[in-house]
Design a binder for this molecule. Structure first.
Ligand SMILES: NC(=O)c1ccc[n+]([C@@H]2O[C@H](COP(=O)([O-])OP(=O)(O)OC[C@H]3O[C@@H](n4cnc5c(N)ncnc54)[C@H](OP(=O)(O)O)[C@@H]3O)[C@@H](O)[C@H]2O)c1
Length: 329
């Protein structure tokens, strides 16, 4: 049995449990490619999985890591569109914190020449999530108002750029020290949610119209003000519950009267077929723009994978602006 180096943890818990050890090298199925991983993006889901709160879906690798970039070293028997040596990146159901990872051939995207491996690895989870939320679920239209919470997060920085490309008017919430990046990417109204009421500012800046779309990761604490901030026919896309799941003192009649849509989604739970269609659509929408530099992957910090503990802690402490990436070697 061939083995490889991966990041492991023997028991769920704090970041200090992570270490580099040996694990079985994955085998390619007919429609998969084996990638020698050069970089892997870090995600909150990795932290939750490490803490034992987010088990990998059935059939997925137990190794952490949902997005990778690297070089193809082996192909399954039914793979004809890729060659050994091609540089690819993409979303995987697990197994990214490793020297080698498998990815379905249709989930892999070619790395544009203008991008580094680290930049490529920072794209899939953030951009697929943001694109799915804004284009597929919220169906954001030009000139609509969108409120993006956690605007400086990995998904938030991708969402701002996608909304900008769709011609929307963008309002964000984030810690004050992170506002500069949101402004640079195209947000027009910047709210420091720690000292300001986002609902009041939304109503003031939209002349009491409200916003058409909200992309939310905060959940319980924001639910009531999110509903109040939406205009008629507004759409709330709920992607995470960073503040917890409980909402209180909330009048459901507002959903009825304003004809609101509330949509929750987790990308990892979507079928392979759904993820392939999403990847194809994102590629058509964004890949040229990414290659030309019009849409930018925002990288907070690149860590050598031996420093994975530090990398996880940085994300847990909410210090990152954009994505954290591990360099695998
Ligand atoms: N549903 C899906 O399909 C899906 C897919 C990908 C990610 N996600 C989720 O989306 C969220 C963002 O992911 P990411 O990788 O972009 O995260 P990230 O880069 O780590 O950023 C998260 C940011 O959210 C802000 N934040 C944290 N706790 C908060 C709270 N209680 N109230 C308000 N703001 C808070 C912090 O920024 P400030 O300094 O501005 O507060 C933090 O840096 C995560 O929860 C992740 O699990 C969901």
């Amino acid at each position: 049995m061939e083995t490889m180096k991966v990041i492991l943890f023997d028991q769920s818990g704090e970041a200090e449990k992570l270490y580099i050890g040996n694990f079985l090298k994955p085998k390619v199925a007919d429609e998969e490619i084996l990638v020698e991983v050069k970089a892997a993006g870090l995600n909150r889901a990795d932290i939750l999985q490490r803490m034992g709160k987010y088990p990998p879906p059935p059939g997925a690798s137990p190794i952490l890591g949902l997005e990778i970039s690297g070089v193809i070293v082996e192909k399954g028997s039914k793979v004809f569109k890729w060659n050994i040596g091609d540089k690819v990146f993409g979303l995987i159901p697990g197994g990214g914190y490793a020297q080698f990872a498998v990815i379905h051939e249709d989930m892999a995207m070619k790395i544009p020449d203008s991008l580094t491996f680290e930049q490529a690895a920072s794209i899939p989870e953030a951009f697929l999530t943001a694109f799915q939320a804004i284009k597929w679920l919220a169906e954001l239209k030009s000139a609509e108002f969108i409120l993006i919470h956690a605007g400086a997060s990995g998904v938030g920085t991708a969402a701002i750029q996608i909304a900008r490309e769709l011609g929307a008017k963008i309002i964000i919430t984030a810690s004050a020290e992170k506002h500069f990046i949101c402004k640079e990417l195209g947000a027009e109204v910047l709210i420091n949610y720690k000292t300001q009421s986002f609902k009041e500012i939304v109503m003031k800046t939209t002349n009491n119209y409200g916003v058409d779309v909200i992309i939310d990761f905060v959940g319980g604490n924001y639910f009531k003000d999110n509903i109040d901030s939406l205009t008629r026919d507004g759409r709330l896309i709920l992607l995470a519950t960073l503040s917890g799941g409980k909402a209180s003192d909330f009048d459901v009649r507002k959903i009825l009267v304003k004809r609101l849509k509330i949509i929750g989604s987790t990308l990892r739970s979507r079928s392979l077929d759904y993820q392939i269609r999403l990847t194809k659509d994102l590629k058509e929408f964004a890949l040229e723009k990414i290659a030309s530099g019009r849409i930018k992957p925002v990288i907070d910090k690149i860590y050598d994978w031996k420093d994975v503990i530090e990398a996880h802690k940085r994300m847990e402490e909410n210090k990152n602006i954009g994505k954290i990436v591990l360099r695998i070697n």
